[in-house]
Design a protein around this ligand. Structure first.
Ligand SMILES: Cc1ncc(COP(=O)(O)O)c(C=O)c1O
Length: 390
């Protein structure tokens, strides 16, 4: 059975190679036309399914006690958001046109751009999927290795550029590789899985240099956790009319992972490229729209999340130092650190303790990525980690 699949794969690959098409390009062509392939791409880009893939081999027999694998916000949704959700239930018999418009206004005001520069969606995975299809059909997506999409080379035609020795983006190497065969530069900033942030001056200089010829997508899923999100994001490049597409999610700081709200910010010409592969925000429910508008204004909850994240992150840093483990300083709600065993072995052992994390392998090294949870969850993690590595 498996040898016949291997032979079939080999045959498929040779036919594609003869035709000059990579398997990933062929997949994107299918995803352009087929909702099933689009759904497969969406699932492979979604954190929940990535987690499922990591845990597929060792379904934990025990109850999950610390869910630290998908960078969710354990403190939310806020009380104000929950009230907005329940209050809006009585409006849920109506279609969402008005509340969708209300949220557009709130986002446009927050970002300081016209509403024509905003595209809503059910989470940023929908927008990312659409961007990969729209641009992947025209050429290669150039990205860092590792970054949020780098594990998806079977489905996305991509060119990967290693991070520097300090685990930072190598923007000059990326710029040096651009030769017309790439249709998009994809940048996760701050990066996932490393948590490192790219200084905005460097990113802006890079955008100035390359974006006339190759558009730049900046996936800012974690920008809200940085010291100064307004100053550190790429919004000024959008306002200056550059070919820049920013993706934002409400899944993290606003605790909307299950409510599903995300948006793109770009000039209308760019939004038009990806819009055909999205629902245009019409797949989001009335309660989610209403709650999102409330959550954006709920600065007290955002502040609380940032304070609690900083406290739990410091606890994790102190633990790792004490255990003689290094880590990459993180601007986000997760921390990546090198481990001294195989990632799959660590996951198997931690899952037996009821702890969920994620694993990576790059730079000839196995890594563990821990999402920042409540202090109680971090203690569960540190106790389990101590037990399984000793
Ligand atoms: C860098 C990055 N982009 C996009 C997403 C997708 O977020 P969502 O679909 O929940 O908005 C995630 C989720 O973890 C992420 O880490």
């Amino acid at each position: 059975m498996s040898s016949s699949i291997n032979r079939r794969d080999w045959l498929k690959k040779s036919v594609l190679a003869t035709a000059g098409i990579s398997a990933a390009s062929a997949f994107i062509q299918r995803a352009e036309a087929s909702p099933i392939a689009r759904q497969e791409l969406y699932m492979s880009l979604s954190p929940e399914f990535q987690l499922e893939r990591d845990y597929a081999h060792f379904a934990p027999a025990v109850q999950i006690r610390a869910r630290l694998g998908a960078n969710e916000n354990p403190w939310g949704p806020s009380e104000k958001t929950k009230k907005a959700l329940t209050d809006s239930l009585s409006e849920s018999n109506r279609y969402a046109f008005k509340v969708r418009g209300d949220l557009m206004k709130v986002i446009a005001e927050k970002e300081g751009v016209p509403e024509s520069h905003i595209l809503l969606a059910a989470g940023s995975s929908e927008l990312l999927t659409a961007s990969m299809i729209a641009y992947g059909a025209k050429g290669k997506i150039i990205c860092a290795d590792p970054c949020y999409i780098s594990g998806n080379e079977e489905r996305i035609p991509m060119e990967k550029v290693p991070l520097t020795k300090d685990f930072q983006y190598d923007l000059s190497a990326i710029a040096g590789r651009l030769n017309g065969s790439q249709s998009l530069v994809y940048i996760t900033n701050p990066n996932n899985p490393t948590g490192a942030i790219l200084p905005i001056a460097e990113l802006n200089a890079f955008i100035d240099k390359v974006s006339d010829k190759t558009p730049v997508l900046v996936d800012e899923a974690y920008i809200d956790y940085t010291k100064s999100p307004k100053a550190e994001c790429a919004i000024e490049a959008v306002k200056a009319g550059k070919n820049v597409l920013i993706l934002r999610t409400m899944s993290k700081l606003y605790a909307f992972a299950g409510l599903r709200v995300g948006y793109a910010i770009a000039k209308p010409e760019i939004l038009k490229v990806i819009q055909p592969y999205t629902s245009g925000g019409f797949s989001v429910s009335v309660p989610s729209f209403v709650a999102a508008a409330t959550a954006i204004k709920d600065v007290d909850f955002q502040k609380l999340t940032l304070e609690k994240t900083a406290e739990s992150k410091q606890y994790l840093y102190d633990f790792l130092k004490k255990m003689d483990y290094s880590y990459i300083p993180s601007a986000t709600n997760f921390v990546l650190f090198p481990i001294k065993m195989k990632g799959a072995d660590l996951l198997a052992k931690l899952s037996a303790e009821g702890v969920m994390v994620r694993k990576w392998e790059f730079d000839h090294q196995h890594w563990c990525r821990v999402s920042i949870g409540t202090l109680d969850e971090m203690k569960i993690f540190t106790e389990a980690f101590t037990k399984v590595v000793s």
